[in-house]
Structure formats: structure tokens, C-alpha cells
Design a protein around this ligand. Structure first.
Ligand code: GDP
Length: 356
């Protein structure tokens, strides 16, 4: 499954957020290095369309799409050199498909800041510098081998060229994701700054209500996406029933919980989308890469579906709701038969035809 690694300096609220993410009670302690083992939590992708479909089809259950999060141990200055939990941190983060960096925006005299002061820009620079240094080290370790292999004509020169190009960018202090270069030839290196990035600002209610401040923080990380939440509020929200949760959320001026935002934006950052299937047994969202064609989408349900793919009957969610049933959608010409070159669209309600 695709996972998003949660990183950030110690004491920025990662554990608090992660507790909310998983409803697990991971120890959230007020000292550096409290989170040692990485933990995986799975969060459902909120999708109001599923309930509507389940009603139309009389489905017994609803299965939403999900995003996995890995809580990765705290990083500090010097992590790339193996200080603190550095090496373990780097190994865990390498396996994540995207990175969500939690940045502290809340002021609280009782909670120590590792670098002495709450300064989001400085914190982000610290983390990014460590990631850049780690990538440089990875490349420097690979280069002698690449040079030797290319010299002996046992390796495509494109690999060496990509590594040198990446090194030049990192030497400037720039993360790789900020430049559009082709890193496919050196994918095996698992470079950290090449991964998609999301910034999660853990802020107080007062900041959540201060649009000018939010715009300022968002501008710091653009074009990467920024999410604003109060980790303490998030951890309270999970213990409330939906009505009370909505009320608490509204009182902080938000319409969507931070966790829902995280799932939604994380999903998009990973380049994913969903299509929907529905029947009396279940209504379900299936995860596919954006731009996936019909057979690949079928393969997510079962590999046999991809191999034996014939065609897909597709009704858009909106058409299905407007017509009220599959039969009515067919009668009104809203059900399309799509072949193997069809590019799946968000909100497609699909039934596959296949040979086994
Ligand atoms: P981590 O080291 O990044 O995992 O940080 P923790 O989640 O353990 O949080 C460190 C301390 O900050 C804990 O005492 C939390 O209760 C507190 N904390 C976390 N989020 C917030 C917040 O939004 N506001 C305030 N005031 N305190 C918070």
C-alpha cells in the first residue's frame, strides 16, 4: 500500500496527530525522542458519494479508500550524520511514498522547543537541510560505482548523468522535488527530497481563525500543499460522536477536520484517484493512479479482471444520482461501454465485463 511518512522536529505534535490518525494511544510525551518505533495508521478517505450510492443500491456496507501513514521518529539537526535517531529515521522515511512534515505553529511555554523558539520557517529549513544532506550522501556513495560501471559499458550513461544532475541541484541547497528533472534512471536510490511533500502546520485555534497568518504560512511552502490543524483538537475530535465533532470543528472555524484534509490532500499528492463500484453487498471506492486506463483499474479488484478485460460499463456518479438507478441510466443513454483505452475519471461508477 502507498504510505505517507510523517516527519518533523521533536515536540511539534507528531505523536498527538498520529494518535488521532490511528485512534491508537501512542505515547505522546513531552520530551525529544519520545517516538522511537515507527507506527502505521490507516485513515479512510472521506467520500460523501459512497453513502449516496449505498442508498441507491441498498448496499449492506461501505468500504472507503484509505491512505496509510507511518509515524517516523523525530529528526534533529545532524540526523543525516547519524546523531539522535538519524539512521533509523532515514531508513524508515526512504520507504514512504510521500512525506508529510509537521511544523509547530503553536506557542506553549510548557512544551520545550528543541531549538529554543517557535519558528516555522527555521524548523522547515532544518528538516529540509537534513534531507538534502542525506540525499547528497546517498548519491556520493553511489557515484564511484556508477562511474566504474559506465566506463566498463555495463551501465546506461543516463543513470550517471541523472545522478550528477541531482547532485548539482542538492549542492545548491535545493530539494529535488523543487526542480523538474527526470529522476527515473536513479529511482533505485530512493532519494528523500524527490518525494512529494505536504506541510502540516500544527497551530492554535487563534491561528486557525487568522486568515492572513494562514496565507503567510501557505506562501512559505508553496507550491507544496499546506494543511492547518490543531493536533490537540484533532485528538479530541476522534472521541466525539459525529454531531459533537462537527460542533467542535465549527467552533474553531473549520469545515473539514485536519485528518480528513490530510487524507484528501495526501491522496492527491500521491497522484491517486478513486473509482466506485456498487451493489447490494457493498459500495466501494477503489484506488488507482490518476490517468489509469480501464484494464488497470479492473486489475485493482483482481488481476484476472485485468487479464480478461473485455469492457467496462461506466456511469458517472452525477448521472447515476440524477437518473436514480442503473436501469434508468441505461434507458437514458447515460451508461457508456468503454474499452481498454478508456482513461478512468474521478467518480466513475463501474461494472467490468471480463473473461476468466
Ligand atoms: P512529537 O515529539 O512531535 O511527537 O510531539 P508530541 O505529539 O509528543 O507533542 C509534544 C507536546 O506538545 C505534548 O505535550 C503535546 O500535548 C503538546 N502539543 C501537541 N500539539 C499541541 C497543540 O496543538 N497545542 C499545544 N498547546 N500543545 C500541543
Amino acid at each position: 500500500a502507498l504510505t505517507i511518512g510523517i516527519v518533523g522536529l521533536p515536540n511539534v505534535g507528531k505523536s498527538t496527530l498520529f494518535n488521532a490518525l490511528t485512534k491508537n494511544q501512542v505515547l505522546a510525551a513531552n520530551y525529544p525522542f519520545a517516538t522511537i518505533e515507527p507506527n502505521v495508521g490507516v485513515v479512510n478517505l472521506p467520500d460523501a458519494r459512497l453513502a449516496t450510492l449505498a442508498e441507491i443500491f441498498g448496499s449492506e456496507k461501505i468500504l472507503p479508500a484509505a491512505v496509510s501513514f507511518v509515524d517516523i521518529a523525530g529528526i534533529v539537526r545532524g540526523a543525516s550524520e547519524g546523531e539522535g535517531l538519524g539512521n533509523k529515521f532515514l531508513a524508515n522515511i526512504r520507504e514512504a511514498d510521500a512525506i508529510a512534515q509537521v511544523v509547530r505553529g503553536f506557542e506553549d511555554g510548557d512544551v520545550v522547543h528543541v531549538d529554543g523558539a517557535v519558528d516555522p520557517a527555521a524548523d522547515m529549513a532544518t528538516i529540509n537541510t537534513e534531507l538534502i544532506l542525506a540525499d547528497l550522501e546517498t548519491i556520493d556513495r553511489a557515484l564511484p560505482r556508477y562511474e566504474k560501471e559506465v566506463k566498463g559499458k555495463r551501465m546506461d550513461k543516463a543513470i550517471l548523468d541523472a545522478a550528477l544532475e541531482a547532485k548539482a541541484i542538492l549542492d545548491e541547497g535545493v530539494p529535488l522535488s523543487a526542480r523538474s528533472i527526470d529522476l527515473e534512471p536513479i529511482r533505485e536510490l530512493g532519494l528523500l527530497t524527490a518525494k512529494p511533500f505536504i506541510y502540516v502546520f500544527n497551530v492554535d485555534e487563534s491561528v486557525l481563525g487568522d486568515q492572513a497568518r494562514l496565507d503567510e504560512l501557505a506562501a512559505l511552502v508553496a507550491p507544496a500543499q499546506a494543511i492547518f490543524l490543531d493536533a490537540k483538537v484533532e485528538s479530541e475530535l476522534i472521541d466525539l460522536d459525529p454531531e459533537d465533532a462537527a460542533e467542535l470543528l465549527a467552533s474553531t472555524g473549520q469545515t473539514e477536520s485536519g485528518l480528513d484534509q490530510l487524507a484528501r490532500i495526501g491522496f492527491a499528492t500521491l497522484g491517486l484517484q478513486t473509482y466506485l463500484t456498487a451493489g447490494p453487498k457493498e459500495t466501494r471506492a477503489w484506488t488507482i493512479p490518476q490517468g489509469a486506463k480501464a484494464p488497470q483499474a479492473a486489475g485493482v479488484i483482481h488481476t484476472d479482471f485485468e487479464r480478461g478485460f473485455i469492457k467496462a460499463e461506466v456511469i458517472s456518479f452525477d448521472d447515476l444520482v440524477a437518473t436514480g438507478s442503473v436501469a434508468e441510466a441505461r434507458a437514458k443513454g447515460k451508461a457508456r461501454m468503454e474499452g481498454k483505452d478508456y482513461v478512468m475519471q474521478d467518480g466513475d461508477v463501474v461494472e467490468f465485463r471480463f473473461n476468466v
